[in-house]
Design a protein around this ligand. Sequence first.
Ligand SMILES: Nc1nc2c(ncn2[C@@H]2O[C@H](COP(=O)(O)OP(=O)(O)O)[C@@H](O)[C@H]2O)c(=O)[nH]1
Ligand SMILES: [Mg+2]
Length: 217
Amino acid sequence: MSDSKGRKTISVLSPVMEKNRRIAAYNRKRFDERGLNVLNLISSPGAGKTTLLEVLVRRFGRAIAVIEGDVQTERDAERIRAAGAVAYQIETHGACHLDAQRISDAFDRMVIPSECRILAIENVGNLICPSTYDLGEHLKIGLLSLPEGDDKVLKYPPLFSRVDLLVVTKMDLLPHMDFDPDRVEAECRSLNPDVRCFRVSARTGEGIDALCAELWG
Ligand SMILES: Nc1nc2c(ncn2[C@@H]2O[C@H](COP(=O)(O)OP(=O)(O)O)[C@@H](O)[C@H]2O)c(=O)[nH]1
Ligand SMILES: [Mg+2]
């Protein structure tokens, strides 16, 4: 494409996304062959992804395995292992999201127990960059915690228009926050009419049964 001065613009974004899409499709085929339900958890840093995964690991044991994504450190994988499941840590060393190639490499390297049925991927904490990268997952899960505020869904439509599940976390903090979960769910449905909504607290256990039924069913 040329502009009015005859300068050419070369888009590198589409080839990158096209390559990611092809690898994600390959990942999904491998996950299906293994009978794995694969989750991609996306939120801001601190929304409670790892804590929720620890709760799920305590319920499902080695029937769940986890790929952790962080810029640096093995800390989240160590937490998941301490809770009792297999975890593989990806350190992106700067990248603000995971991509399908990194997941393919992790899947090659990790030893997933035969009883495993759910593979959860905890993406790098970020509401923007992970939104558009398909990893080959079956469910894209967006988490929003009460301290972040109830106005965030319409500010980050690339994520909240794509999620299969919306999980409002830290519900135990509701008495202390000006946060309206009805508003959050209504705004998410306005972008994404098919989204399934959950309200949970890892601290009290609120909503965990319903979420487990959704993931396990
Ligand atoms: N009150 C409350 N705090 C929580 C809950 N879940 C997580 N947290 C806290 O939120 C902080 C960040 O949690 P973490 O799971 O590491 O978030 P991540 O960065 O999204 O993985 C930690 O201090 C957790 O103890 C919850 O349900 N209620
Ligand atoms: Mg974490």
